[in-house]
Design a protein around this ligand. Sequence first.
Ligand code: ZN
Length: 109
Amino acid sequence: MERKECEECGGKLVKKKVEFKMYGISLGEFPAEVCTKCDEEVFDEKTSKEIDAVAKKKGLWGLAKKVKIVKIGSSLAVRIPKAISDFLGLEEGKEALMKPDKNKIIIES
Ligand SMILES: [Zn+2]
């Protein structure tokens, strides 16, 4: 489907190759229609499928998981799913820095 105007702001769309990142890791450059006004990037269905395939190949697919917050003593805790700890190379006993970022928690290893 070819679009001439951005759905978000009505700006002009131009075709270009853009880098697609998932969890901060580049999956490569893919053709997209990019709004010259708001930078909204639109990928067609074929390209979206290609991006999904690359994400699966790199082991990035399905890394986002729902976790439950539990209570340990007076603190709250979450379990880090194995797929995520493997992906980040987290190990028991290693130090990490936890910090809030608006509505997120960032844990840096
Ligand atoms: Zn726009």
